[in-house]
Design a protein around this ligand. Structure first.
Ligand code: KIV
Length: 272
């Protein structure tokens, strides 16, 4: 398989991710929402592809992740799974699909697993949703937790600022992380919290902690479109741009437009 830094070409499993933490090997995770991008990202050697509910922002242009539905997540999940050979594929359970009751949560979780063929699901929250997490796990579905800045609660937070700076919120986050591990989650994402708190959770948990805007962790996750520079003007402190694809695409499309208009495309070799 063509790829970068892929030591082991076998399909990544939840078990392997826990092994990677034990061995001190870092985990690279990115989001993808469609076949074409997922295929490229998988070949480049990413360990986990997250079909994030950030599809609501990135693919549909919504302000928040709240509007995306189970049906829409299934569409994105299926498209990604068709492309991926190596990475573990996690789908986000969207807002409203797991908060009402554990029974409704597991019903939606089973549907998402059956219809997308993804490997695992991610849910936002700790103690408040622990019964739903346990019920989904009891159905044999691997669950990744998500704590800190949980975008589905943005209307409650009222801001995208760093979470858990105060002691009470930090202590609750640590308790929630332990609850998720004890319930049987295979990993937890920590979003936009102080680096020292991420380090504490990493050292206290046996399962991998994947950070975004939280400093060093057992692994990192970024939104693919953001790190590739497709999302003009979005440059929070934690984001590193690895390319400027917005500029590359604008230049390419500008050149195409000019070639069509001055009749230099198509030329005689580009005709039948
Ligand atoms: O939906 C998403 O993209 C996420 C990551 C930012 C962790 O949940």
């Amino acid at each position: 398989m063509a790829g970068y830094l892929v030591e082991d070409a076998r399909k990544v499993t939840t078990h392997r991710l826990i092994e990677m933490k034990r061995q001190g090997k870092k985990i690279a995770m990115l989001t993808a929402y469609d076949y074409t991008m997922a295929r490229i990202i998988d070949k480049a050697g990413v360990d986990i592809i997250l079909v994030g509910d950030s599809a609501s922002n990135v693919m549909a242009g919504n302000w928040t992740t709240l509007p995306i539905t189970v049906d829409q997540m299934i569409y994105h999940g299926k498209s990604v799974v068709r492309a991926v050979q190596r990475a573990l594929v996690i789908c986000d359970m969207p807002f409203g699909s797991y908060q009402v009751s554990p029974t409704e949560a597991v019903t939606n979780a089973i549907r998402m697993m059956k219809e997308t063929h993804c490997d695992a699901l991610k849910l936002e929250g700790g103690e408040e949703i622990i019964d739903a997490v346990k019920t989904i796990l009891a159905a044999g579905i691997p669950v990744c937790g998500h704590l800190g800045l949980t975008p589905q609660s943005i209307n409650k937070f009222g801001t995208y600022a760093v979470r858990a700076k105060e002691e009470a919120e930090a202590e609750k986050l640590v308790r929630d992380a332990h609850l998720l591990e004890e319930a049987g989650c295979f990993a937890v994402v920590l979003e936009k919290i102080p680096a020292a708190l991420t380090a504490r959770v990493c050292s206290e948990l046996q399962i991998p902690v994947i950070g975004i805007g939280g400093g060093a962790a057992d692994g990192q996750v970024l939104v693919g479109q953001d790190m590739l520079g497709l999302n003009d003007g979005f440059k929070p402190k934690f984001l590193r741009h690895y390319a400027n694809l917005a500029e590359t695409i604008t230049d390419a499309v500008g050149q195409y437009v000019s070639d069509v208009k001055d009749c230099s495309f198509p030329n005689e070799n580009e005709c039948y």
